[in-house]
Design a binder for this molecule. Structure first.
Ligand code: GLA
Length: 358
């Protein structure tokens, strides 16, 4: 029997830069995913859950009929359906229920062949901008016995998530979750994959507010943005270090705007880290607002609901700044506020990364 926990994450600043080799500044949060996993017995009796392995009717595409086969069974306290997969796993992307695709892809990446019976519990808002899916992926990796550095675990899970969903995401979410440090955000240079811990001042309260707008079309729009930014790289080289004059000389206005966002966002991440270090929360807040404007105008991943929420929150006394966080196209806003401010969201605190508890 093994119990593991993986946190969620929020990105303070630096969005749509990770897959371009740029800078990001996420932090792991105190909310997360816990998995308790036991080895499924041949008779199908669960060691981790309350019901029996191999008897659930999950209706998965891979649910076989052979009682002798090794199976990976996982139940959740919050997500519907039971994941019940014959091992080894062949096609993670067709698994049902859909949350099982993350589980299946991680198990496939690890080449798991021994039956597991596991229970997942989570206090993360599902689809609430705190990366509940990457948290599940990293927790699954640890529950299935993955070894390695946080960076190695993050790579395994990133690749698995792309296999599960088809979204060509970057390394930010998985690395923040696997490598989180209590009391710190992580400045990650995604080109070199080096991590610099940045202390979050105790008087800087971080809030996550849900726009109420479910993220839609994120997969295809995300891939489109990535392709547009890559079109700029083909002309001016890696965007994090490209000369601004070269970017402004790009002929295609859309490609130019995407490149401008990536380039200026990397500068904002550096400035934000310096502002936190100097306890200059007013400056940090300004940079968050500038980041939002760039994501809205140059990268075009904001929505009316996100813009309205940022506008409302930044108008509240004691709020230093706010911006959309993560992929955009709906989802959440992150805000930085004085300790006495209470916002209608979830207050998150910089926390340690994923770990095996026992
Ligand atoms: C999603 C992806 C990340 C990152 C953000 C945008 O959360 O999973 O890799 O690209 O969008 O910054």
């Amino acid at each position: 029997m093994r119990t593991v926990r993986a946190p969620g994450r929020v990105n303070l600043i630096g969005d749509h830069t990770d897959y371009m080799g740029g800078l990001v500044l996420p932090m792991a949060v105190q909310l997360g995913t816990t998995i308790t996993a036991g080895v499924a017995t041949p008779a199908g009796t669960s060691q981790a859950g309350t019901s029996q392995a191999g008897t659930s009717q999950a209706g998965t595409s891979q649910a076989g009929t052979s009682h002798g086969a090794e199976r990976l069974v996982m139940r959740s306290d919050r997500l519907d359906g039971v994941v019940d997969l014959a091992l080894p796993i062949e096609d993670p992307s067709s698994v049902s229920p859909s949350w099982g695709r993350y589980v299946a892809a991680v198990a496939a990446a690890l080449g798991v062949t021994t039956g597991i019976d596991a229970v997942v519990t989570s206090d993360l808002p599902i689809g609430g901008g705190l990366s509940s899916s990457s948290s599940l992926a990293v927790a699954t990796a640890l529950a299935l016995g993955a070894h390695g550095t946080p960076l190695e675990i993050a790579h395994l899970c990133r690749d698995a998530e792309e296999a599960a969903t088809g979204v060509p995401c970057g390394i930010m979410d998985q690395l923040a979750i696997a490598g989180g440090i209590d009391g710190h955000a992580l400045m990650i240079d995604c080109a070199t994959e080096t991590v610099t811990p940045i202390r979050v001042p105790t008087d800087a309260h971080v809030w996550v507010l849900d726009s109420g707008q479910a993220r839609e079309l994120a997969g295809s729009e995300y891939a489109t943005r990535r392709a547009q930014a890559e079109a700029a790289v083909a002309i001016v080289g890696p965007l994090a270090h490209a000369a601004m004059a070269d970017i402004e000389a790009l002929a295609d206005p859309v490609v130019r705007a995407r490149a401008r966002h990536v380039r200026t966002e990397c500068d904002r991440v550096r400035s934000f880290a310096a502002a936190l270090g100097a306890d200059d929360l007013v400056r940090a807040g300004q940079l968050m607002v500038e980041s939002h404007q760039s994501l809205r105008d140059d990268y075009e991943v904001s929505t009316d609901a996100l813009d309205a929420l940022v506008e409302r929150v930044t108008g509240i006394d004691g709020v230093y700044g706010a911006r959309l966080t993560g992929a955009g196209f709906g989802g959440c806003v992150v805000a930085l506020a004085r300790p006495e401010v209470v916002l209608d969201g979830v207050r998150v605190q910089a926390s340690a990364g994923a770990a095996v508890l026992d």
